[in-house]
Design a binder for this molecule. Structure first.
Ligand code: PAF
Length: 286
């Protein structure tokens, strides 16, 4: 798999592709790729002539006490996943290439970013929006692919693209899960055996909430309570948040009208923070 590290080189490659009239799909990642990323790459390669996967652990989106330096990295493994799923090349810049000695310009989407993960990770989405804006400017893709597991990130990026008039289609791809329901995440590698078992509480509690909604429950406080009770039964789990919000604006909702996002973040063993979610829409009765 071809790996490009420099902005000048990738821009030259893109110029050639554009001259030939080829479409470009972009899959941004922080590496340590798993089946979730593989499905984004596979979808992108079905829908575009060329697919660029960025592998860049973005320092701007990590808080001072977060896992930036420990974040798992394995470019050989990433190359294999990219090759097997139809990527054309990997863009793997260094932090210095992306930000020089210091980055003075930041992109901030307000309102959507101060709740859910944004509340417990201040500055996180500013870091994400800044790096994604830079990638969009460097790579000029036609389409960019994001996982629905990071539902807030997807909503924020869609809003940013609309507000800043990027001519890029943002595609959300479904959550990929382990056989037992745990959402795939690079951070799952931090879990020990007991933690791995405890982490199943995320998907299980969301499933029971989904069943309750399917059965016709309209009182969203009951749905939240059910999730809370389920998670609290797991001794290794600590709730960061349980939120039910409008799936596009991320504003709290008290009635189900437009599609709602039920999203949770849970610490396992007080240190591994995992997220999961589902979107629910009332079936239209004809
Ligand atoms: O979802 C991620 O892995 C990151 O937030 C992203 C989109 C690659 C930006 O660094």
């Amino acid at each position: 798999m071809k790996i490009i590290h420099e902005i000048y080189d990738i821009k030259e490659q893109i110029k050639k592709w554009k001259k030939e009239g080829l479409s470009i799909g972009f899959v941004p990642t922080m590496g340590f790729l798993h089946e979730g990323h593989a499905s984004l790459i596979k979808t992108a390669s079905k829908e575009n002539d060329k697919v660029i996967v960025s592998v860049f652990v973005n320092p701007l989106q990590f808080g001072p006490t977060e896992d930036y330096s420990d974040y798992p990295r394995d470019i050989d493994h990433d190359s294999k996943i990219c090759r097997e799923n139809g990527a054309s090349l990997i863009f793997n810049p260094s932090p210095k290439t992306m930000y020089g000695d210091k980055n003075y310009t930041h992109v901030n989407v307000d309102t959507l970013t101060n709740k859910l993960c944004g509340f417990s990770r201040p500055g996180h989405f500013q870091g994400v929006c800044t790096v994604i804006t830079k990638f969009f400017n460097i790579l000029s893709p036609d389409k960019a692919y994001f996982g629905e597991k990071d539902a807030q990130q997807l909503a924020v990026i869609k809003r940013m693209v609309k507000d800043l008039n990027f001519d890029i289609e943002i595609i959300g791809c479904p959550i990929i899960r382990e056989k037992d329901g745990l959402a795939k995440s690079s951070r799952n590698t931090y879990l020990d055996n007991k933690g791995r078992q405890a982490a199943l509480v995320l998907n299980k509690s969301l499933k029971s909430a989904h069943n309750l909604l399917e059965s016709g429950e309209k009182d969203l406080s009951k749905v939240k309570k059910l999730i809370k009770n389920n998670i609290e039964k797991e001794p290794l789990a600590t709730i960061d948040y349980i939120e039910i919000v409008d799936s596009l604006t991320l504003q709290p909702v008290y009635k189900i009208e437009d599609p709602i996002l039920v999203a949770i973040a849970v610490y396992i063993n007080n240190k591994v923070r995992l997220i999961d979610n589902f979107t629910f829409k009332i079936k239209q009765v004809k």
